[in-house]
Design a protein around this ligand. Structure first.
Ligand SMILES: *Cc1c(COP(=O)(O)O)cnc(C)c1O
Length: 380
């Protein structure tokens, strides 16, 4: 989709907030531990390259992404010093690209190593391929689940040492963001059992996403995969308070492109779901679900001059309408996420209204919305 640079509608990213959030987490690391910034899905919609740069400046020593192409994007943007771990599985036929761009892949079984070793040789790829082993302690997604599988994997790595560089291992918790730690403890127990099968541990042992880092210290681990909290969003929504304040980095602003009084008897939007019963000031905003503003936002609020105005009628693909308390000039600023005149609408509130999580909304804002970056005073 084309970037709508000639429309007033944009995502604003506060780089200082990202730096502050990363810095606070880095300060809490135990000696010898590191933090990798998770910038998959274009930095959760915030812009992967800019977020990676801000995170590195605040003490992140590496990055995590979901797919190989996201790693290559960072390398091509000049981020060539730091390790980049691909958290999803990479097809073994891509070994040439993995080595070429010095990317670290996730490996989830010994068969992958064997297949990749063969392809490396037939493609004449020289150099050792870096990888992390995924251990499935109960997420049910990827990784080895049983102690005997881990034992066999270690034997394969030893056999293929000339081809591979075993950098680390990790597991992923399904419920680290929940106040109930029953399943977390079950996974931790499983993880420790799997870990017990490995005599010589690789450099990195990682268990923590943001939630595990904030609420579940695990002494054996020495690498944090820091995602959502870096963007200033509480991984638990509102269920658990973070040990230090997180500063949201993202806001979304636009303007009123039309302001008119609508007479009783008329309706607003597709399906005529909102009927006007008295003369009503209606403002139109040039954003819609094609920008990632969901149809389920009907009834949610936006800020106009610090006043909360409800979204009335269905959200269209490219426009949405709000009810105004009075007439205001065309071009008046609208804040959909962020602070205006001391009032704030958060991504968390928006997610609650849409019955989803802020993660999904943040990475759902489309590329039609340009992203702009700014910095603030560190103490703001
Ligand atoms: C996305 C992801 C993370 C980051 O999770 P947050 O909750 O955003 O901190 C860490 N590890 C893995 C394997 C992931 O897929």
């Amino acid at each position: 989709m084309v970037v709508a640079n000639n429309r007033n509608g944009q995502i604003l990213i506060n780089e200082t907030a990202i730096r502050k959030n990363v810095h606070q987490a880095v300060e809490r690391l135990t000696p010898g531990s590191k933090l990798f910034a998770v910038v998959k899905a274009d930095g959760y919609g915030h812009g992967a390259v800019q977020v990676a740069r801000a995170a590195a400046a605040a003490g992140a020593t590496g990055f995590c992404v979901a797919v190989l192409d996201e790693a290559i994007q960072l390398r091509k943007a000049g981020l060539v010093e730091q390790p980049i771990l691909v958290l999803g599985l990479t097809d073994e036929t891509k070994v040439d690209l993995v080595v070429k761009y010095d990317v670290t892949v996730t490996v989830a079984d010994a068969e992958w190593l064997r297949a990749a070793a063969q392809l490396k040789q037939s493609l004449r790829v020289t150099g050792r391929l870096k990888f992390f082993l995924a251990l499935d302690s109960g997420m049910g997604r990827i990784g080895l689940q049983r102690p005997e599988e881990v034992r066999a994997f270690v034997a394969t790595v030893n056999e293929l040492q000339a081809q591979f560089d075993w950098q680390g291992l990790y597991t992923h918790f399904a419920t680290a963001d929940s106040p109930d730690d029953h399943y977390f403890n079950f996974q931790l127990h499983n993880f420790r059992q799997l870990l017990g099968e490995i005599k010589h541990l690789p450099r990195y042992v990682s268990v923590a996403n943001s939630a595990a880092d904030l609420w579940h210290p695990v002494p054996e681990a020495n690498l944090v995969r820091y995602g959502i909290a870096m963007y200033g969003l509480n991984p638990s929504g509102t269920a658990i308070k973070p040990p230090f304040p997180l500063t949201p980095a993202l806001s979304l602003t636009s303007e009123l492109v039309s302001v008119r009084q609508v007479e009783p008897g008329r309706s607003i939007g597709y399906g005529a779901t909102y009927s006007v019963t008295e003369p009503t000031w209606i403002g139109t905003i040039p954003l819609g679900y094609a920008d990632g503003l969901r149809r389920s936002l009907q009834g949610f609020l936006v800020l106009v001059n610090g006043k909360r105005c409800p979204i009335v009628g269905r959200v269209c693909m490219d426009q949405l309408m709000v009810k105004l308390p009075n007439s205001v000039p065309v071009h008046t600023k609208v804040t959909l996420i962020g602070t205006d005149h001391g009032h704030t609408i958060t991504l968390q509130e928006m997610a609650e209204h849409c019955q989803t999580i802020h993660y999904e909304l943040a990475c759902g804002f489309s590329n039609r919305l340009p992203r702009f970056y700014y910095q603030t005073d560190l103490n703001d």
